[in-house]
Design a protein around this ligand. Structure first.
Ligand code: AQP
Length: 331
């Protein structure tokens, strides 16, 4: 509709502490986009139970994650912040969409293949149908853009395929979403194993938003590099150094060639210390503000309650349209 801002939806699982990877790959874009888009941001706790969780920890992490969303600058006056399990339409739409998704499509998802190896003793149906729930999350809000890291591109593409299939059968129902992937920081790698993505479920090599400055500096000091001494961007030949350059530029706003020139001839010691300092400078205010907000539980509860109401208003509209289209009798 004319005059209406385009829509954004994205979510992160409270399956662990938020990481520098999720900040650079997704959260930073969330913040940047909130002025120009109608943004709906979620704590996707229903996705989290696709692998076994401790209930008390899951509750604590969901609350901490909300405090961190606010601390990075998400503004509840400008965007909707809510918890997925508070809006039942996600599960209802996921059931319907599951009936328009092929078994083979889900079997091809890289994340399912990886996670079913990691959790071989507990490969649940929920883990398999995770992308269907993610499609429901996005399509409920008729999102135009989904800001995510590169690892989630495949899931957004599947969401598009499901939406297209549904629209093909029933006529225009869903907006077709596009992934929004940042140019720099789309895939931050582990500091201890730069061949792997930095991931909250692999804490070694991972920097968390709430890490203390001394821990951040220590992690960067120990970061894996290579046997040369040259600070040069070459992801295939020098994955560790290239990852550090990406983190440095993403934290400082500098360009890669500028950073290469800055550290020319200095060796890895000074370089790693500078990356650590840049990340400390980036994260320290977030950590401070999140800790302050966690002291006011009632304020946080108010935000997620209001967020759920606002989200539900939008979600209800899409769900009833879909229910009508597939042939359910109105209540
Ligand atoms: N290393 C990363 N680099 C860039 N972007 C990343 N994201 C995650 N890790 C990186 C992006 O941040 C969001 C996190 O969403 P999530 O926690 O729901 O999904 P995830 O990708 O499964 O995150 P993790 O840390 O890897 O969690 P576990 O270990 O539980 O699987 C997404 O937009 C993601 O692309």
């Amino acid at each position: 509709m004319e005059g209406q801002k385009p829509k954004i939806f994205s979510g992160i699982q409270p399956s662990g502490e938020l990481t520098l990877g999720s900040y650079m790959g997704a959260l930073r874009s969330w913040k940047a986009l909130q002025d120009d888009y109608d943004c709906v941001y979620c704590i996707v706790d229903m996705h989290t139970i696709t692998v076994r969780q401790k209930p008390a920890e899951l509750r604590r992490r969901a609350m901490e994650q909300l405090a961190q969303y606010l601390a990075i600058g998400l503004d509840p006056e400008r965007c909707i912040l809510f918890i997925q399990s508070h809006v039942p339409q996600h599960a209802e739409l996921a059931w319907i969409l599951g009936c328009y998704t092929q078994f083979g499509e889900l079997g091809r998802m890289t994340q399912f293949k990886q996670k079913s190896q990691q959790h071989a003793e507990n490969i649940t149906a929920g883990l398999f149908t995770y992308p269907v729930l993610m499609a429901a999350d996005i399509l409920l809000y008729q999102a135009d853009l989904v800001p995510v890291g590169a690892d989630q591109k495949q899931h957004v593409e599947l969401c598009r395929d499901i939406a297209q299939r549904f629209n093909g059968i029933y006529g225009d129902t869903f907006t077709l979403p596009e992934p929004f992937i940042p140019k720099l920081g789309a895939r931050i790698m582990s500091l201890s194993n730069p061949e792997n993505k930095m991931s909250k479920s692999e804490p070694e090599g991972c920097v968390f938003l709430m890490d203390r400055p001394e821990d951040i500096r220590r992690k960067f000091k120990r970061a894996v590099t290579d046997s040369e001494t040259e600070v040069r961007f070459d992801p295939a030949g020098k994955p560790g150094v290239s990852n550090l350059l990406t983190i440095y530029c993403s934290a400082t706003g500098k360009e890669i060639p500028e950073a290469e020139a800055e550290f020319a001839g200095q060796g890895y010691g000074a370089f790693k210390a500078a990356v650590g300092d840049a990340v400390v400078e980036l994260l320290a205010p977030i950590r401070q503000e999140a800790s302050r907000l966690l002291g006011d539980k009632a304020y946080l509860e108010g935000i997620y309650r209001r967020g759920a109401e606002a989200a539900q208003c939008q979600a209800r509209k899409t769900l009833s349209k879909v229910q009508r289209k597939v042939g359910f009798l109105p209540r």
